[in-house]
Design a protein around this ligand. Structure first.
Ligand SMILES: CSC[C@H]1O[C@H](OP(=O)(O)O)[C@H](O)[C@@H]1O
Ligand SMILES: Nc1ncnc2[nH]cnc12
Length: 298
């Protein structure tokens, strides 16, 4: 398999189920210790010969709810083919006037409002680790993406915003939407967690690109968000998403190849482990070999 390792991956969310304009090279569907990913992972080649992996978060055809997305298998499967950097797209609601539907936003912070029903760590059942998560996204990837903001057609680009992740699948009530604004959240989705946490545990650099589709339901005199409104804006957003991806790939390749993207990340999980070597469960260590080989065996 001459295309391995594939160091760059794209996770597509609602409305983004494949990559346009790239030559399809292979499809892989690895078994991981945490099960199968959402769908087969496609490997594509760019005109410059760069290999990129693509995974549809909800599966192609959108059959997994945000709570059902097998995030551990998704991240483990990507790591197993060599991924070091993930660009994750997400359709989000806007909690601020200035973040208009069809604008793109790079979040820097996350607030967790999921309900604890999503498996959210690789470290359990006899091995304990606490990953740093103060800055949930990759500043290196964020800069690469921001530099290409000029390729957007018909929408503004913003950075340094806070994304709140709710459980769903129902949208928020108006009271909740107001409360999230009072928390300081600027955007809302149902997908960034545990995906970003698991990427951190797997030592993969991760940046989400948020595509605003609606104003949720905090605007008193406007209609509340519906799937119909989200889908209409998603269609408009998807051409900007594809254009932006084509523009950022060379820069992403550069920071992957020069090692910048993994600075501060590579090796971090060795020191995050609390469990004494003799107390580590053999089964748990064995599973972790899939994503962090050699880290906990010694
Ligand atoms: C279709 S609206 C709600 C749905 O859209 C977002 O999905 P994704 O992040 O995968 O683009 C949001 O998180 C919800 O899952
Ligand atoms: N208003 C909203 N709430 C949660 N997730 C969303 N994804 C898109 N719009 C959303």
């Amino acid at each position: 398999m001459s295309y391995l390792p594939v160091k760059i991956a794209v996770i597509g969310g609602s409305g983004l189920y494949n990559l346009d304009g790239l030559e399809l090279v292979a499809e892989v569907n690895p078994d991981t210790p945490w099960g199968k990913p959402s769908d087969a992972i496609t490997i594509a080649r760019t005109q410059s010969g760069l290999h990129v992996a693509f995974l549809a978060r909800h599966g192609r055809g959108h059959y997994l709810t945000p709570s059902e997305v097998p995030a551990r298998a998704n991240i483990a499967a990507l790591k197993s083919i060599g991924v070091e950097a993930i660009i994750a797209y997400s359709a989000v609601g806007s909690l601020r006037d200035e973040l208009k539907p069809r604008d793109f936003v790079l979040p820097t912070q996350v607030i967790d409002r999921t309900k604890g029903i999503r498996p959210s760590t690789f470290f359990e059942d006899g091995i304990v680790a606490h990953a740093m998560f103060a800055d949930p996204f990759s500043a290196v990837l964020e800069n690469v993406i921001w530099e290409q903001r000029h390729v957007m057609e018909g929408g503004d680009f913003h950075r340094n915003k806070t994304l709140i992740c709710m459980e769903g699948p129902q949208f928020s009530t108006r009271a909740e939407s107001h409360m999230y604004r009072s928390f300081g959240a600027d955007l809302i989705n149902m997908s960034v967690l545990p995906e970003a946490k698991l990427a951190r545990e797997a030592e993969i650099a991760y940046q989400m690109i948020c595509m605003s589709t609606d104003y949720d339901c905090w605007k008193e005199h406007e209609v509340a968000v519906t799937v119909e409104a989200v889908v209409a804006n998603l269609k408009a957003n998807s051409s900007n998403a594809q254009r932006l991806l084509a523009a950022i790939l060379p820069g992403v390749e550069k920071v992957v190849e020069n090692g910048q993207v993994l600075e501060g990340l590579k090796g971090s999980m060795r020191f995050a482990c609390m469990t004494a070597p003799e107390k580590r469960s053999k089964e748990a260590v064995q599973k972790l070999e899939f994503i962090l080989p050699g880290y906990y065996t010694a």
